[in-house]
Design a protein around this ligand. Structure first.
Ligand code: ATP
Ligand code: MG
Ligand code: MG
Length: 611
C-alpha cells in the first residue's frame, strides 16, 4: 500500500532524493565503535527510516501508525527501515516487551529474524513482506560516552552538581530566562575528571549530571543546558552492570539515528521543541569528526488519536492491574495484541493508518468507525462466510417427516465468499429441527415485521396467516404456531416446510417472501461461545477524567452461547469470518474454558438483511 497522497513526508523525501542530500554521506574513516553498525549500509542513495520503541510496554494502535509510516515510506522509496529498541533506560525495560514488540512488528508484515512469530493467516497477505533491520540503542553506549567526553573536551558540556531542585529552580520558565549554574564555568579538564568519576562509580546516584552548555536564556527551554547523562546504579537488560551512568533520551536518540545512518527521523509533534537540540548535537559531533555530515533530520507529524480509545501506557496498565480487562491482549484493549485477538488484521490496520492521513498539524481525532470501516473493506472480499445463531430458539418443522421423510437430512450449500467463486462452497444440512435467532420470531409482530410470526387476528379483526420466510440457502417455511413456558418465554417455534422451494432449485422463486433469516441445523450445528464487544470507553475523547475507570463503558462485553455451522468446528485460532447478517468474528486465540470454540466479535456489519 503506498503512503497516503496527503503525506507531506513524501514531498520531503522526494526533495531529498532529487537533490541527493544524502548521496554524499559516506563514512570516511572509522566512526569509532559505531563503525560496525555501518556494516551493510554502503548505499547512501537510499533513505533510512526507523521505528524506535522503548521496550517498556506493549505496542498500541498509535504505534501501528508509526510502524506503518516508517516501513511503508522506506518500501515506497526503495529504502530500509530499522526496528530499533530504544533501550537506554535500565529501569523500565524488559525482555518480555522486546519479544512482544518484535512479534507485533512481524505480525504487521515487517519481518525481523523471528519467522515463528508470524501469524499463520497473515502469511497470505497481499503485500510482500518487508525485512526489518533490528538494532538496540544500548549497543551504542560506548560511542555515546565517547561523544560525551568529546563535548566536555570541546567546552560544550559540563558536570553539574546542583540538586535536582536547584536545577529546576534555575531553569526559568516561559518568558523568564534561566540562571547559569555555579558549576557552568568549570574548565574542560575539571569536567573531564568529574565525568570520569561519574562513569567509574565514584559519585553517588543523583550526585551529579552531565549537561550540555548551550544557553540558559534560550526561549526554548529544551536548549537551557539539557541533561545528557545521569548516575543510576541499575542493571540493564542488555549491558548488565557495565554502566552506572545512562544517557538521557534527548542525547541518545539523535546519536542512535546518526550511527544507523538514518536519513529521515520521523516522530510525533511533541518532539518539535527537541529538534533544535537534535540539530545542535548533530552539528557539534560532526564538527568533532565523530559523525559524518549530513546528519539525519527530524520531521514531526501529528500523532494518531482515535475516538473512544486511550493509548496512555500508564492508564492502560491501570486497567490491566485493576482487572477491568482480561490482560494486555483483552480484545477491547487498543494494544496491537488486543486488536489482533479481537480479529483486526494487519491489512485492516494498515488501511486505517493510510486513510487517517499524515499531517503536520495536530489535535485531530480519527473516528473509531473508520477502524471498523477499514476492517470491513479489507475482510469483505476475502473472509469466509458462515451461518451462526447467537441467541438460539428452536424451530420445528412439523410436516418434515411426512413431506421429506422421517430422519431426512437435506444437503444445502452456500458460497464460501460470494465475491470469490474460486473459494468454493460450504456444506451443511437442513432437517426437522433448526436453531434460529430469538429475534427472528415475534409472537405478536410489530408493524412492518417480516420475519417469523404465527397466525393471528390483527387489530382490525382480520385473520392473518402465519408468515412465510426463507431460511437462507434452504427452504421457505410458514409459521404455524409456537410453544411457551409458564413465564411466557417462547421455547419453540412451529412451522411447515414448502417442499418445492429449496434455494437453487427451479421452484425457489415459486413463492415470494419478504423475509430471509439465518439458521443452523440442530443435528449438525456446533456449540460456540460468542464474546460481543462494544467500545471500552463510553466517552468520545476519553482521557479527560481524573480516573480512567470513570470513563469505562460498563456494557463493553456480553457473552452469548449459541451455535455455528458445522464447518467451523475446526476454525483456526485467529481466523476471521463474516457471520452472515451478524458481523465479523474471529476465532479466539485462547481456548474457551469448557472446550467450546470461542468467537470474538470484531465489528458489526454495515448492511443487514432488513426487518
Ligand atoms: P511512552 O512515552 O509512554 O514511553 P510512547 O508512546 O512514546 O510511550 P515509544 O515506545 O517511545 O512509546 O514510541 C515509539 C514510537 O511510536 C515513537 O516514535 C512515537 O512517536 C510513536 N508513537 C507513539 N504513539 C503514537 C501515536 N499515537 N501516533 C503516532 N505515533 C506514535
Ligand atoms: Mg517514548
Ligand atoms: Mg508517549
Amino acid at each position: 500500500a503506498p503512503a497516503a497522497p496527503s503525506n507531506f513526508l513524501r514531498h520531503i523525501i522526494e526533495n531529498d532524493l532529487a537533490q541527493g542530500t544524502y548521496a554524499s554521506r559516506r563514512w570516511g574513516g572509522s566512526p569509532g565503535d559505531g563503525a560496525h553498525h555501518q556494516a551493510g549500509m554502503a548505499d547512501p542513495a537510499r533513505i533510512r527510516t526507523r521505528f524506535p520503541p522503548e521496550p517498556n510496554g506493549y505496542l498500541h494502535i498509535g504505534h501501528a501508525k508509526s510502524i506503518w509510516l516508517n516501513f511503508e515510506l522506506a518500501r515506497e522509496y526503495g529504502g530500509v527501515c530499522h526496528l530499533r529498541f530504544d533501550d537506554t533506560n535500565p529501569e523500565k525495560e524488559e525482555q518480555e516487551y522486546v519479544d512482544s514488540i518484535r512479534e507485533m512488528v512481524a505480525w504487521l508484515g515487517y519481518d525481523t529474524e523471528l519467522p515463528d512469530a508470524r501469524a499463520p493467516e497473515s502469511s497470505a497477505c497481499a503485500t510482500p513482506r518487508m525485512q526489518a533491520h533490528e538494532y538496540f540503542a544500548s549497543n551504542y553506549f560506548d560511542f555515546m560516552y565517547r561523544a560525551a567526553e568529546y563535548l566536555v573536551t570541546a567546552g560544550h558540556a559540563y558536570v553539574d552538581e546542583q540538586t535536582p531542585e536547584q536545577m529546576r529552580a534555575m531553569r526559568g520558565d516561559f518568558g523568564r530566562p534561566g540562571t547559569d549554574s555555579p558549576f557552568r564555568g568549570r574548565t574542560p579538564e575539571e569536567n573531564l575528571l568529574r565525568l570520569r568519576q561519574m562513569k567509574n562509580g565514584e559519585l553517588a546516584d543523583g550526585a551529579a549530571v552531565l549537561r550540555a552548555k548551550i544557553d540558559m536564556a534560550s526561549p526554548n527551554i529544551n536548549m537551557r543546558d539539557p541533561t545528557l547523562y545521569r548516575i543510576r546504579r541499575a542493571t540493564h537488560h542488555n549491558t548488565g552492570d557495565a554502566w552506572c551512568i545512562y544517557p538521557m533520551y534527548t542525547f541518545a536518540h539523535p546519536i542512535e539515528d546518526a550511527l544507523e545512518q538514518i536519513t529521515h527521523s520521523i516522530c510525533t509533534l511533541e518532539f518539535e521543541d527537541q529538534r533544535p537540540f537534535y540539530d545542535w548535537l548533530m552539528a557539534r559531533l560532526c564538527e568533532g569528526g565523530l559523525l559524518v555530515a549530513p546528519p539525519p533530520r527530524q520531521h514531526e507529524f501529528a500523532r494518531l488519536n482515535v475516538t473512544h480509545v486511550i493509548t496512555s501506557k500508564r492508564k492502560l496498565r491501570q486497567l490491566v492491574e485493576e482487572g477491568h480487562v482480561d490482560g494486555w491482549d483483552d480484545p477491547r484493549m487498543p494494544t496491537l495484541a488486543g486488536l489482533r485477538r479481537r480479529g483486526y488484521t494487519p491489512e485492516a490496520l494498515k488501511l486505517f493508518c493510510e486513510r487517517s492521513g499524515t499531517t503536520k498539524t495536530g489535535g485531530g481525532w480519527t473516528e473509531y468507525a473508520a477502524l471498523e470501516a477499514a476492517l470491513r473493506d479489507t475482510l469483505d472480499p476475502v473472509a469466509p462466510r458462515a451461518l451462526a445463531v447467537l441467541d438460539p430458539l428452536a424451530l420445528e418443522i412439523t410436516n418434515w417427516d411426512s413431506a421429506m421423510g422421517a430422519g431426512h437430512l437435506e444437503p444445502c450449500h452456500a458460497p464460501v465468499n460470494p465475491h470469490d467463486e474460486a473459494a468454493g462452497q460450504r456444506h451443511f444440512t437442513f432437517g426437522k429441527t433448526l436453531w434460529i435467532e430469538r429475534e427472528d420470531f415475534q409472537a405478536v409482530p410489530e408493524k412492518g415485521y417480516r420475519r417469523l410470526f404465527p397466525p393471528h387476528v390483527n387489530a382490525s379483526k382480520q385473520d392473518i396467516a402465519g408468515n412465510k420466510v426463507r431460511l437462507k440457502y434452504g427452504y421457505v417455511v410458514q409459521c404455524t404456531g409456537f410453544e411457551q413456558d409458564a413465564n411466557g418465554q417462547v421455547t419453540k417455534v412451529l412451522a411447515e416446510v414448502l417442499p418445492d422451494t429449496k434455494s437453487g432449485t427451479p421452484g425457489a422463486d415459486s413463492v415470494k417472501v419478504k423475509g430471509v433469516i439465518g439458521w443452523v441445523g440442530a443435528h449438525d450445528a456446533v456449540p460456540a461461545e460468542f464474546r460481543l464487544y462494544e467500545r471500552l470507553f463510553a466517552t468520545e475523547q476519553p482521557g479527560a477524567a481524573e480516573n480512567v475507570t470513570e470513563e469505562l463503558n460498563p456494557g463493553s462485553l456480553q457473552i452469548a452461547s449459541g451455535f455455528i455451522e458445522p464447518g467451523l468446528q475446526g476454525a483456526v485460532p485467529g481466523a476471521s469470518y463474516q457471520f452472515e447478517r451478524l458481523g465479523y468474528f474471529a476465532a479466539d486465540r485462547k481456548p474457551g474454558a469448557d472446550g467450546r470454540v470461542v468467537f470474538n466479535r470484531t465489528s458489526g456489519l454495515k448492511d443487514s438483511w432488513g426487518k
